[in-house]
Design a binder for this molecule. Structure first.
Ligand SMILES: Cc1cc2nc3c(=O)[nH]c(=O)nc-3n(C[C@H](O)[C@H](O)[C@H](O)COP(=O)(O)OP(=O)(O)OC[C@H]3O[C@@H](n4cnc5c(N)ncnc54)[C@H](O)[C@@H]3O)c2cc1C
Length: 399
């Protein structure tokens, strides 16, 4: 594989770089640390996200790799990768990770023609934002244990149950929901996927606040919620198949390695300008070794994510579970290694998050607190390794 960008690709990268550098000057200060917290956690952050979503849609950058029939221009996957890397590097908003990143490719693979026509347009134009209605109080890693039911009555389904940890549900227009359509069947059999309008009567969103009051996550209570039959995605009781594809879309991605690169660059600046005991931190051999190791890991992770994307192009949007899980577990644990090491060498000040004394504007201490959740969200590290052992390494499945 040729890793060097062509002149044309370099010009594209420069265009994206120039755009985000300029646009992010107007971003609320929360985006300095963590774009997801900034998007869902504050009104200003959400407004800025919507503003950027519109701009990216106008430029055609949300759908560049989509098939032409759905409003894309079938750009080569490398262009999409360059864009995603630059977008993540600047901690920029404007992309709905749930609608654009997970549900749209699922729709392309599993929805009927009417649904593609009706649902993909608003996502591609950045008009709607989704949330992910999967986890329940007794169904997280073991998602197939979920008990929310969707029972068919005439031309609609009646939904009852509870979801939890639903990121951004308080801002979302729609949700992709996984529910049990056949309660007589167990586990992954008898589940179905639905497109749900969040303003439907019977949907109650309750916040789960951070200790400091921030609000990103929610519980959702569903009581006699009516979903029209035309919003069932794919065949009834066959929802597990499409959900497994959606999981892989969630887990792949070069964004985490581009964010890691940005953090490493910030850390390098810190060690070059900060002294301990009369010497710059970069003069410490242990610091140098650890930074070199992080650099190698970022390059390794990036190559892994590129490989996943390459496979995706070959397989027409379907993703290999092994590649997606490997990219997810390596990316989230790498982020943890960077922030652990950074807060370690920053000493007491490294614990500060929002103070003028916080090194690098608190980005490392914020990341240190955030990384625990990253190793659980989208399937914990243990679950990713189980998948790799089973599907990738070929070990017998351990139930
Ligand atoms: C930041 C964040 C955002 C989230 N956003 C959403 C969202 O938007 N929508 C949504 O539906 N869900 C969301 N979730 C929920 C997430 O999918 C679940 O937390 C995750 O799947 C783990 O489930 P659990 O929390 O119930 O933990 P459990 O499944 O109870 O796991 C507890 C521990 O046991 C381990 N474990 C469980 N099973 C096994 C096994 N078979 N082998 C080895 N170890 C095992 C796990 O690794 C973990 O360490 C989010 C979670 C987080 C942290």
């Amino acid at each position: 594989m040729e890793f060097k960008l062509t002149e044309e690709q370099q010009a594209l990268k420069k265009e994206y770089d120039d755009f985000f550098r300029e646009e992010m000057k107007a971003a609320p200060s929360e985006f300095r640390q963590n774009s997801l917290e900034a998007i869902y956690g504050t009104v200003e952050g959400w407004e800025f996200h919507r503003h950027m979503q519109k701009k990216l849609a106008e430029k055609g950058w949300l759908t560049m790799a989509w098939p032409k029939e759905f409003g894309g221009r079938e750009a080569p996957i490398i262009e999409q990768l360059i864009f995603s890397e630059v977008h993540a590097y600047y901690r920029a908003p404007g992309i709905d990770g749930f609608g654009m990143g997970m549900f749209a490719p699922t729709l392309m693979l599993f929805a009927n023609e009417e649904q593609k026509e009706r649902l993909l347009g608003p996502i591609g134009r950045g008009e709607v934002n989704y949330c992910q209605g999967w986890s329940e109080p007794n169904a997280g890693s073991d998602l197939a244990a979920l008990t929310t039911t969707a029972i068919k009555e005439g031309d609609h389904y009646v939904v009852n149950g509870q979801k939890v940890w639903t990121t951004g549900a308080h801002r979302a227009d729609r949700m992709f929901l996984l529910a049990r359509t056949d309660p007589s069947q167990r586990r992954s059999s008898g589940l179905s996927v639905f497109n749900v309008d969040m303003s439907t009567p019977g949907i109650e969103v309750r916040p789960i606040h951070y200790m400091d009051g921030k609000h990103l996550y929610n519980e959702i209570f569903l009581t006699d919620v009516i979903i029209p039959e035309y919003d069932l995605i794919g065949s009834e009781n066959e929802g597990w198949k499409s959900t497994r594809a959606t999981m892989n879309f969630e887990r792949s991605g070069v964004g985490s390695f581009a964010s890691a690169k940005r953090m490493l660059e910030e850390l390098l600046e810190y060690v070059k300008t900060t002294k301990r005991g009369g010497k710059f931190l970069y003069e410490n051999p242990v610091v140098r070794q650890k930074l070199a190791k992080l650099y190698i890991d970022i390059e390794r992770g990036r190559a892994l994510a590129y490989k996943v994307a390459w496979n995706q192009e070959k397989e027409k949007f379907l993703l290999s579970a092994t590649g997606a899980s490997a990219s997810k577990v390596f990316g989230s644990e790498l982020f943890q290694r960077i922030t652990n090491f950074a807060t370690e060498i920053m000493g007491m000040h490294g614990q500060l998050n929002s103070s003028k004394w916080a090194p690098l504007g608190g980005v490392m201490s914020g990341g240190y607190q955030w990384c625990m959740g990253m190793n659980i969200a989208a399937g914990s590290s243990e679950i990713q390794r189980n998948i790799i052992a089973w599907v990738g390494v070929g070990l017998p499945r351990f139930k």
